[in-house]
Design a protein around this ligand. Structure first.
Ligand SMILES: Cc1cc2nc3c(=O)[nH]c(=O)nc-3n(C[C@H](O)[C@H](O)[C@H](O)COP(=O)(O)O)c2cc1C
Length: 205
């Protein structure tokens, strides 16, 4: 079983990455394979709503998003991490997730996911809410922890001092491993996910 952890910060080795490593540590203890992906700090085009992905199955911009969706197809779980910027997740991560989920939603359905936030001081729970909404529109079981999923700090060393934040990260990893093993056991006993109905009414019919 394999979990992809996405670092939605512009800093590869910053606070978000520090938090994600703690989730990884717990997952690895449970013998779950992990991979932390940095989405980079180059310019990332936003979704232009061309809907070409509905015909081709991938975004017209061939960058980290398409590469991620390809990896996501064979992954079993996801953690999306972000710094808090003005009380929301980074614009970079939202661009990334808009395009990944719009073009490749099927790669995520029925796979457990967790959101992780890092902030100097405030805005984590509002940001947590934003990321969780990608999961719950995509039939993804949301992995919880023992507090809302955030750490505090402006530098990685400060995050290392946030013992409760790190414990929350560690517990996400343990809870996700448990959920993945339950899903796997269910599958091996013939219990598969439901086929969801999909009717779009656009509020007109
Ligand atoms: C543009 C910008 C906006 C920020 N806004 C907030 C904020 O609203 N609340 C907060 O607590 N920290 C804010 N911060 C601080 C970061 O969220 C915090 O330092 C975070 O841990 C950085 O994570 P990183 O090292 O992974 O990038 C902001 C930082 C930047 C660069």
């Amino acid at each position: 079983m394999r979990v992809l952890l996405v670092n939605g910060s512009s800093r590869k080795k910053g606070c978000t990455s520090t938090a994600l490593y703690e989730v990884e540590r717990a997952l690895q203890e449970e013998e779950i394979e992990t991979e932390q992906l940095f989405i980079g700090n180059e310019v990332l085009p936003d979704c232009i709503a061309c809907r070409k992905c509905k015909e081709t199955g991938s975004c017209i911009f061939h960058d980290v998003v398409n590469a991620f969706v390809e990896k996501a197809k064979s992954a079993d779980g996801f953690v999306f991490g972000s710094p808090v910027y003005f009380a929301h997740p980074s614009g970079r991560l939202l661009t990334f997730m808009d395009r990944a989920f719009y073009s490749g939603g099927g790669a995520f359905a029925f796979k457990p996911a967790a959101a992780v936030l890092s902030a100097r001081r405030a805005g984590t729970t509002a940001s947590f809410d934003v990321i969780n909404k990608y999961f719950t529109i995509c039939s993804m079981p949301v992995v919880s922890s023992t507090y809302w999923n955030h750490v505090y700090g402006q530098q990685p060393q400060e995050v290392q001092m946030d013992k409760e934040g790190l414990m929350t990260m560690y517990n996400i990893g343990k809870n996700m491993a448990w959920m993945l093993k339950c899903i796997d056991l269910g599958k091996r006993h013939g219990l598969h996910h439901p086929e969801n109905q999909k009717i779009l009414t656009n509020f007109m019919r």
